[in-house]
Design a protein around this ligand. Structure first.
Ligand SMILES: [Zn+2]
Length: 198
């Protein structure tokens, strides 16, 4: 059964895959490091922490989803981020759960409804993302191979990060977050998400 499913999936990939040959990730950096990334549409909140990033010479990647909901003012902010050296990435058109969607659809279907409209919209306003982050981190190898034909970098999250936090851990984390807020540090949900998930 498993083998049949695997074969069926491979056939689907061969028949409907975004492109014929998967492209390996490009060899960007050889030394150790980390990427600071923010997801979704919290553009005004991100703008509040931009001085903190810039004053420390930290570059971040902002992965945008549902860009059709974003105001002109927020689009302009994104362009300001980019002008300052930060990266604007793609986080999907409708923020759908890729794995759930692929239970009943092909990779090409996913590309057509989640990736293409997002890229078309972004390109139309002169944003050209070369990196992608999966909504909620849900992905699979065949989809990664498919999307690496379009993006240079794809951001995943680990299974541990995907797992809901234990109540006890969350309690400790929130205590830490509130202590920072009490000290006057402005925290927003995007940053809290980074602390929790990323
Ligand atoms: Zn998201």
């Amino acid at each position: 059964m498993k083998a049949y499913f695997g074969l069926k999936f491979l056939l689907l990939l061969l028949l409907f895959g975004c492109n014929d040959t998967p492209t390996p990730p490009i060899d960007l950096v050889k030394k150790a490091g980390f990427c600071l990334t923010f997801d979704d549409t919290y553009i005004k909140n991100w703008n509040n922490i931009l001085p903190l990033l810039d004053s420390n010479d930290v570059k971040a990647t902002f992965f945008i989803t549902q860009i059709y909901k974003i105001s002109k003012e927020e689009i302009d902010l994104l362009k300001t981020f980019q002008d300052k050296g930060h990266e604007i990435g793609c986080h999907g058109w409708q923020h759908i759960d890729a794995l759930k969607y692929l239970e009943n659809h092909t990779l090409q279907n996913y590309f057509n409804i989640e990736i293409k409209p997002a890229l078309d919209f972004m390109n139309n306003i002169n944003l050209y993302p070369t990196s992608f982050s999966y909504p909620n981190g849900y992905n699979c190898d065949s989809l990664n191979s498919c999307l690496l034909n379009t993006f240079n970098v794809i951001r995943d999250i680990t299974d541990e990060q995907r797992r809901p936090l234990e109540k006890k851990t969350l309690k400790i984390l929130m205590k830490y977050v509130f202590a920072l807020i009490n000290k006057g540090l402005f925290l927003h949900w995007g940053l809290i998400k980074i602390l929790i998930y990323h």
